[in-house]
Design a protein around this ligand. Structure first.
Ligand SMILES: Cc1cc2nc3c(=O)[nH]c(=O)nc-3n(C[C@H](O)[C@H](O)[C@H](O)COP(=O)(O)OP(=O)(O)OC[C@H]3O[C@@H](n4cnc5c(N)ncnc54)[C@H](O)[C@@H]3O)c2cc1C
Length: 363
């Protein structure tokens, strides 16, 4: 069997300050790790990697039996380095097999199959594409969507640079990016569904590129996606969860996959009763809908109040998950982390959009 190999050498003076974070991330993609004298070996189902740690230098080696596997390993390592060694401005340059390859493993070109209203406030778009296996994971359920616009109707899609990560060949013809959640996916059948919140309208100028694209999406339209993105929700016996409509696709996927014995609360803020959805969830999770009833998105206080009113049990493992407008998410994060003193291992509170700002988290 042939093996493809490549390596990159980096000068990193503070590697041991953040190495544990890199290892934690690389391990979370189902790796087995072997620790040696100054080495770390990671084995994945699609290939393997080795770190050789020398004074002020990190050598990264990657191997796989096919191109697809080697691209994934390069990407995994490069993302971990870019994230955690950021303060040292690392320049990853892969040498060896596929060094000049420009195929970006995280990118897919998708085509609209169909679009329909799930509720008055939510439009679902079904996208068709090839080779979607990497997106079919519940531990990373978000994607970056790359939209054509009136100004750039035929964007130039990203390619892989020498570090294995996205490179935008044309600034002038760059697509507009926004982050969304994969609501449903069937890689074997070649489709995924994305639920778009209908917010604002063209007249008030708050419609946004993503929302406008979804409202007009028609069979055959093309759109780019990159991913998947996001960290998994930790396993626990008891959960407290909260979101507005933007977090509802993610919450729905989380609830559908929880074991039947899971207990806790899930609060969802929507515009009104017509925007409620049927979501499969364990009997022990008390799912409650909060209606804004005329109050604008991001201005209703009921969701944060509901989250703060729940006492966490002391005797079982627990996890808090929250996704909403960024100010509400900040309040919940502060409450959980500062008032209740729970750490990252027990809580995840993310801002999904920001009042008055376009494209939160899109870049
Ligand atoms: C991890 C993650 C997952 C997400 N998943 C989803 C998803 O599955 N479905 C989904 O619809 N959104 C989701 N979002 C939120 C989405 O990325 C933002 O709402 C984004 O701003 C929408 O882009 P846009 O181009 O429509 O509007 P933008 O151009 O970004 O914004 C234009 C204007 O609209 C306002 N605005 C943006 N979103 C809303 C909103 N929801 N309600 C009211 N006003 C708003 C902005 O404040 C701004 O004034 C997710 C975000 C993250 C970070």
């Amino acid at each position: 069997m042939t093996t493809l190999n490549c390596r990159a050498e980096l000068r990193l003076l503070k590697l041991f300050d953040y190495l544990h974070l890199i290892v934690d991330r690389l391990e979370s993609f189902d790796a087995t790790i072997e620790r040696g004298d100054g080495t770390l070996a990671f084995t994945y189902s699609f290939g393997s990697a080795r770190f050789i740690m020398q004074p002020e230098t990190l050598v990264m080696e990657a191997s796989a039996h096919d191109e697809h596997g080697l691209r994934r390993i390069k990407e995994l390592l490069s993302v971990a380095i870019e994230l955690y060694a950021k303060s040292e401005n690392p320049q990853v340059t892969w040498e060896g097999d596929l060094a000049d390859d420009t195929t970006l493993p995280s990118f897919r070109l998708m085509r609209v199959d169909n679009a329909w209203q799930v509720t008055p406030g939510m439009r679902r778009v079904r996208l068709l594409g090839d080779n979607l296996d990497r997106f079919e994971t519940a531990s990373s359920m978000h994607i970056r969507m790359l939209f054509p616009t009136a100004a750039v109707p035929e964007p130039v899609w990203p390619i892989a640079g020498r570090n294995g990560l996205a490179l935008w060949p044309s600034e002038e013809r760059k697509p507009v990016t926004r982050v969304y959640t994969i609501r449903n996916i069937d890689a074997a059948a070649g489709y995924m569904d994305i639920d778009f919140v209908v917010h604002g309208d063209a007249a008030d100028g708050h419609e946004g590129v993503g929302c406008a694209w979804a409202m007009h999406a028609a069979e055959g339209d093309v759109v780019g996606i990159m991913g998947p993105l996001g960290r998994p929700v930790r396993a626990a016996e008891w959960y407290i969860m909260g979101c507005d409509e933007t977090g509802l696709p993610a919450l729905s996927r989380i609830l559908e996959r929880l074991p039947s014995h899971a207990r806790g609360f899930a609060f969802v803020e929507v515009a009104d009763a017509a925007c409620e959805q049927r979501i499969a969830h364990p009997d022990g999770i008390d799912l409650r809908w909060i209606h804004r009833d005329g109050v604008a998105g991001g201005e209703h206080e009921g969701l944060v109040q509901a989250i703060r009113a729940v006492a966490w049990p002391e005797d079982v493992s627990s996890f808090g998950w929250f996704a909403s407008e960024s100010d509400a998410s900040r309040q919940v994060r502060e409450y959980w982390r500062t008032t209740l003193a729970y750490g990252r291992d027990k809580t995840l509170a993310a801002g999904y959009w920001k009042r008055g700002a376009a494209g939160l988290m899109a870049n």
